[in-house]
Design a protein around this ligand. Structure first.
Ligand code: TYM
Length: 324
């Protein structure tokens, strides 16, 4: 079977190292081998409080980031979810076959409703149903994501199966594709995953300057937890490894074992590796910023290409479910 890749990302602010190592880095590799579709999921971003005036800018900033990381519109389709309304149409249909019991077990829903007690809306609850529609609309079978999204991909499989059983075979059951570094942890609380919602000192944005990166890595938590390896040190090792510093990591790990590793040295090596890896991305971004109109055009063309596929699937879906 031919592979089709689909993945998405929310326009919720600066791209961080977790997004990059968990997802985007492999998107860039996958687009060379497979038909790939990448989506900026603005409807998903509305499930928590957001500033409507800032949303257009966030979308175009994210598009710039993705292109700077190496997403190539000649190879992959890059588009914005709300420009292809078939996503919400299929999402609605999937709502009617998705058990509430499964949705209430979703970890992301539980976490986000814990963090946003004043705004536990129905969209937050059915978020993974729209996510299933995103992927199945293109009949994609592989979904490159970080570990936190695996549960949502499993739900897609359930929804595909339920639909196929009720209305006849139509959708593949997609599988998650994980990188080695599918869970990058926060720098200042390495028991939690790196995320923007935790606050500035927890993540490294791809757009952070070398000085900011140095400062954030230097203040990363590395204390040893009694009886176990320090999760902060493990996290720095894992980041280094993911950025291609295997040899360095081997050397540093052996020093660590002997007890001779200074955490300040580890942090310097980690900061420098991150800075040099992000340098070409920052440079490409500066170039792309000069051609914002062109970036807008890429998204419009991407939406056109995506919608062609989406419309075809929707006509098959409508036929099967008995609406014309
Ligand atoms: P989002 O926008 O939160 O994150 C985008 C991608 O980055 C990964 N990621 C991480 N990976 C490793 N370590 C981390 N600390 C880390 N933080 C984030 C996420 O796993 C994700 O792959 N629900 C999705 C967006 C979405 C989607 C889709 C994904 C909507 N529709 C369809 C795939 C297919 C999300 O919230 O991603």
């Amino acid at each position: 079977m031919k592979n089709l890749i689909f993945s998405g990302i929310q326009p919720t602010g600066a791209l961080h190292l977790g997004n990059y190592l968990g997802a985007i880095k492999q998107w860039v590799d996958l687009q060379n081998e497979h038909e790939s579709i990448f989506c900026i999921v603005d409807y998903h971003a509305m499930t928590v409080a957001y500033d409507a005036k800032k949303l257009p800018e966030r979308i175009s900033e994210l598009a710039l980031d993705l292109l700077a990381c190496g997403i190539d519109p000649e190879k992959a389709i890059l588009f914005v979810q709300s420009q292809v309304p078939e996503h919400t149409e299929l999402g609605w249909i999937f709502n009617t076959i998705t058990p509430i019991a499964i949705l209430s077990r979703m970890t992301q829903y539980k976490d986000k409703s814990e963090q946003n007690k004043q705004n536990i809306n129905a969209g937050l609850f059915t978020y993974p149903v729209l996510q299933a529609a995103d992927v199945l609309l293109y009949k994609a079978n592989l979904v490159p994501v970080g570990e936190d999204q695996v549960q949502h991909v499993e739900l897609m499989r359930v929804i595909a199966r339920k639909f196929n059983k009720a209305f006849g075979e139509l959708f593949p059951e997609p599988k998650p594709l994980l990188t080695e570094q599918a869970r990058v942890m926060s720098l200042s609380d390495p028991t939690k995953k790196m995320s923007k919602s935790l606050g500035e000192k927890h993540y490294i944005a791809l757009s952070d300057s070398p000085d900011v990166i140095k400062r954030k890595v230097r203040s990363a938590v590395t204390d040893t937890h009694a009886g176990s390896k320090s999760p902060g040190v493990e996290n720095l090792f894992a980041i280094l490894e993911a950025l291609g510093g295997e040899d360095l990591v081997k050397e540093l790990k052996s020093q660590h074992k002997k007890g001779s590793l200074q955490y300040a040295d580890l942090k310097d090596v980690a900061a420098n590796t991150i800075i040099s890896h992000l340098k070409p991305i920052r440079e490409r971004r500066t170039e792309l910023e000069k051609e914002r109109e062109h970036v807008g055009e890429i998204l419009i063309q991407g939406a056109k290409r995506a919608q062609k596929i989406a419309q075809q699937t929707m006509s098959e879906v409508r036929e099967k479910i008995g609406v014309r």
